[in-house]
Design a protein around this ligand. Structure first.
Ligand SMILES: Nc1ncnc2c1ncn2[C@@H]1O[C@H](COP(=O)(O)OP(=O)(O)OP(=O)(O)O)[C@@H](O)[C@H]1O
Ligand SMILES: [Mg+2]
Length: 469
């Protein structure tokens, strides 16, 4: 969430009328609601103490609950509208701030300060609401908020791999110019890291770096968010700059560019061609000086082939392409990355791991790393979190829980069983993977699996696959 949105939440949260504290398992330790609406809507306070947040509010998950999100990320989370459905199926809307609770360097829980969302806070049209949340407010204030700096530089990219070293050199050279850069790499390979480093290595480093994930904004809002609006262009619209104007002089990083609808891609083409943008509803055009970095975890050629990207846009965006190799293709990076993450979490979690057992190391070299560097970091974080203070060696038992599915599938001798059962089991795994990878988009998942959408629908029902939220 951007600092702009955070400001918006603080603006709405002039007071609070509820406090909730959970422990690191999501158990409710304390809750008090001063607003009578809650007393009729949820169970008695005493009754829900010690229960899991999920039981009391079955609609919540890590994404929708600020408490759980804060617990997971270890960061403060601001949210202007959290919808909760209580166990009776009734809806309540709140504005929340959640903060993680730390003790001895560990996150042991989270606290939420909340307020029932009032009528004035709610605008019936959801689409306009998101837009106004981004842009509502005093323009001077908006201008005074400096976008966050890109924090990573090329030095932060740890590698011993020749291909990666070349990529770093190429990034440094490319940074000097202004041409668009396309970054391709599987999930967790470091695309954002490269995008930020490129910005910081350029002479735009002192100017804004604005990152926007194209898959994260509703289609109807992409245009106004990127290019801005003119008062009256639609209900509730104000005179507001879009991200291109906010990024003036700096860099805009459009992540998951392949999820931008094709008809909007042509508008992007216009900026790329002549550097002009037009705010939604404006008759005039405006000149902007912004470098465009785009990224996708699908090969650019495949984006074109699958009609996720216009061919003309592809030619413009891919003037310079950085292909980040997956971790399994650069296993000599495992050791330096492992050492780096161990030192990082030793400091953060007050542990003192100095060795890694041979068994763990061998395993890490054999593993296929579907989540790449991010997954390696998570495995180390997980292990160091639960390791005892007096231990100095990372052992297989410390990472087993995290990687046991892989171990089970790769190392367990397969038992003879009816072939149709074995095939069905694999089919289910593949479908779950495709559904997760495409964030529950059945059409895209069907494409990945190369089967008709309807067939996939039938199989999802057959295997009772529930999408992960
Ligand atoms: N070479 C590296 N050295 C140090 N840290 C790295 C390296 N590569 C990735 N990381 C870390 O791994 C995590 C994932 O990196 P990043 O977010 O840049 O990946 P991504 O390719 O953008 O992933 P996604 O496709 O899921 O958005 C980050 O915490 C990043 O700091
Ligand atoms: Mg990313």
């Amino acid at each position: 969430m951007s600092r702009l949105d955070n400001y918006e939440v603080l603006n709405q949260l002039k007071y609070i009328d509820g406090i909730t504290i959970i422990d690191n398992k999501g158990t409710i330790l304390f809750t008090i609601k001063f607003n009578p609406i809650f007393h009729s809507e949820i169970r008695e306070r005493e009754e829900i103490l010690g229960e899991s947040l999920f039981t009391v509010f079955p609609s919540l998950n890590e994404k929708s609950s600020t408490l759980l999100n804060s617990l997971k990320t270890g960061r403060p989370i601001f949210k202007s509208k959290q919808e909760i459905v209580d166990f009776m199926g009734r809806k309540i809307e709140t504005t929340n701030i959640s903060l993680p609770i730390r003790a001895h360097g560990k996150i042991i829980g989270a606290i939420e300060l909340s307020k029932e969302r009032s009528k004035e806070d709610s605008i019936s049209n959801n689409a306009i609401e998101i837009n106004s949340e981004m842009f509502r407010g005093d323009k001077r204030l908006l201008e005074s908020i400096r976008p966050e700096r890109a924090k990573f530089t090329l030095k932060d990219i740890i590698t011993d791999n020749e291909q990666m070293k070349n990529l770093k050199r190429l990034t440094e050279k490319t940074a000097k110019g202004s041409s668009p850069v396309f970054i391709y790499g599987e999930t967790g390979t470091g695309k954002e890291l490269f995008a930020q480093s490129l910005h910081n290595a350029s002479n735009r480093a002192e100017k804004p770096f604005i990152a926007q994930n194209c898959a994260a904004i509703p289609e109807a809002l992409i245009e106004s968010i990127l290019f801005g609006t003119i008062k009256g262009s639609f209900t509730g619209a104000e005179n507001n700059p879009g991200l291109f104007e906010i990024a003036e002089g700096g860099t805009i990083f459009l992540d998951e560019i392949n999820s931008m609808p094709i008809h909007l891609q042509s508008k992007l083409l216009r900026v790329l061609q002549d550097g002009y943008i037009r705010r939604l509803g404006d008759r005039n055009i405006r000149k902007v000086d912004v470098r465009i970095i785009t990224a996708s975890n699908k090969r650019p050629e495949d984006c074109v082939k699958d009609k996720d990207m216009r061919l003309d846009l592809y030619y413009r965006l891919c003037v310079m392409t950085l292909n980040i190799p997956p971790l399994r293709e650069r296993i000599n990076d495992i050791k330096p990355l492992l050492d780096f993450f161990i030192s990082k979490y030793n400091v953060l979690l007050h542990k003192n791991i100095t060795n890694v057992s041979k068994e763990v190391y061998d395993f890490l070299l054999r593993y296929n790393w579907p989540g790449n560097v991010r997954e390696l970091e998570h495995i180390v974080e997980f292990a160091i979190n639960q390791i005892d203070e007096w231990e100095d060696t990372l052992q297989m038992k410390d990472i087993e829980d995290r990687v046991k599915n892989f171990i089970k599938h790769s190392e367990e001798e397969f038992q003879i069983e009816p072939l149709k059962d074995a095939v069905a089991r694999l089919e289910k795994i593949m479908i779950e993977k495709a559904i997760n990878k495409t964030k529950n988009n059945v059409s895209q998942a069907a494409k990945l699996l190369e089967i008709p959408r309807q067939t996939l629908q039938n199989k999802i029902r057959l295997y009772e696959i529930v999408p992960k939220s």
